[in-house]
Design a protein around this ligand. Structure first.
Ligand SMILES: *Cc1c(COP(=O)(O)O)cnc(C)c1O
Length: 381
């Protein structure tokens, strides 16, 4: 028998059984009454989850594809753009905007730092930019930035705000309209509890008004917006994924977004409390906002890649090592989407066992209790 598998990577994430069941339904035609109500429901729920009154555009792509749509629609060769990075994904957006010929001003923080609104303001005063590109939850480090204040700084200086919310949408608050976010990009495979394959993009009227003439076709926002407004997709959508996403969004909205956010805060607290109780040092910030990914330093003399490998091969638990320069040095536990505290305690127990096996000097027998207490007995403001 294949052993039981546990998925705790920062994406893709586990998918609830109801969502998996929707994927097994027969294929329907995308321009028939079998599909349109599902499409309409899914698009409506996406607005609710993004907290926007705008059409949320949906593409068959990964999150990076939806991000590329923003670049194709907003970047014209030679224009000035400000990219803020503090990890792998921010650096990806610097490369992507440069690939389309943007003249990129790169506000680059070290991995693990938290971007600061005053720095954004100062950079824009020195040199204006058409748009500021920022990452909400930097999955490579576990840092969740204060997108509201970063966006406010950008707007003060007249720039559009484009947000990578791939790992944050549906896990931590992302108020698209209230915070004036012009573009919010996400994907199906993280907090939205659906398999990989759908990229989404919430776009403001100011962003539509600012589109340029870079060649594009599939990812042209206007084409997709017009088609979606009639519930008549521009191209064949992955109908099974749309049906699955509709179920997943229904689950999120039934639980209530605020309850979902609170659960993630508690999951983050539990993961951090457990790691600290073992005597490990956190890499991600020890703060409630860091509710998506918990990144932890491997103890002295232990390679994080070995932890990841033993967890997977011996215990059926998949977590992630660090990326970039942090590969082998940190390990990352994702707690995004379909998670409860017992997923955290399972992972902590297995990490403890694995570290003991690797000869690390850790405190045994305390992580699970610390995690349960942090989850249950602390108030969320
Ligand atoms: C996962 C992730 C992405 C990449 O999404 P793909 O679907 O792999 O293209 C981008 N940004 C962040 C913050 C992510 O966590």
């Amino acid at each position: 028998m294949g052993g039981k598998q546990y998925l705790l990577t920062p994406g893709p994430t586990p998918v609830p059984p109801q969502v998996l069941a929707a994927l097994a339904e027969p294929i329907v035609h995308h321009r028939s009454p079998d599909f349109r109500p599902v499409y309409e429901s899914c698009l409506t729920r996406l607005r609710d989850v993004c907290r926007t009154s705008q059409e949320v555009l949906m593409f068959a792509s990964s999150g990076t594809g939806a991000f590329e749509s923003a670049v194709q629609n907003l970047v014209t060769r030679g224009e000035r753009h400000l990219v803020v990075s503090a990890g792998n994904f921010g650096e990806r957006w610097a490369s992507l905007t440069k690939a389309y010929g943007a003249e990129v001003d790169h506000l680059q923080y070290a991995w693990g730092e938290t971007p600061d609104a005053d720095d954004v303001r100062a950079r824009l005063r020195e040199r204006d930019a058409k748009a500021v590109w920022i990452v909400h939850s930097e999955t490579s480090t576990g840092v969740v930035s204060d997108i509201q204040s970063l966006a406010a700084a950008a707007k003060e200086q007249g720039a559009l705000v484009v947000v990578d919310a791939v790992s944050s949408l549906g896990a931590v608050p992302c108020e698209t309209d209230a915070w004036g976010l012009d573009v919010v990009v996400s994907g199906s495979q993280k907090a939205l509890m659906t398999p990989p394959g759908l990229g989404i993009c919430a776009v403001s009227e100011s962003a539509y008004a600012a589109t340029g003439d870079t060649p594009r076709f599939y990812f042209d926002w206007e084409r997709t917006r017009k088609a979606q407004q009639k519930f008549d997709a521009a191209f064949t959508p992955p109908v099974s994924l749309v049906a699955a996403l509709d179920v997943a969004l229904g689950l999120l909205l039934d639980e209530g977004l605020d309850t979902v956010f609170e659960r993630h805060v508690r999951l983050g607290r539990a993961a951090r409390a457990g790691a600290k109780a073992m005597g490990l040092e956190l890499f991600s910030p020890d703060e409630d906002r860091s509710a998506v990914v918990t990144a932890v330093h491997a103890p002295d003399g232990v390679n994080a890649d070995d932890i990841v490998k033993i967890l997977r091969d011996k215990h059926g638990i998949t977590i992630a090592s660090g990326q970039g320069d942090w590969k082998g040095k940190i390990f990352r536990l994702g707690h995004i989407g379909f998670f409860d505290v017992f997923d955290i305690t399972t992972a902590l127990a297995a990490v403890e066992l694995t570290l003991a096996e690797l000869g690390a000097d850790i405190e045994r027998g305390v992580a699970v209790t610390a995690a349960l207490e942090a989850y249950e007995h602390t108030q969320v403001a």
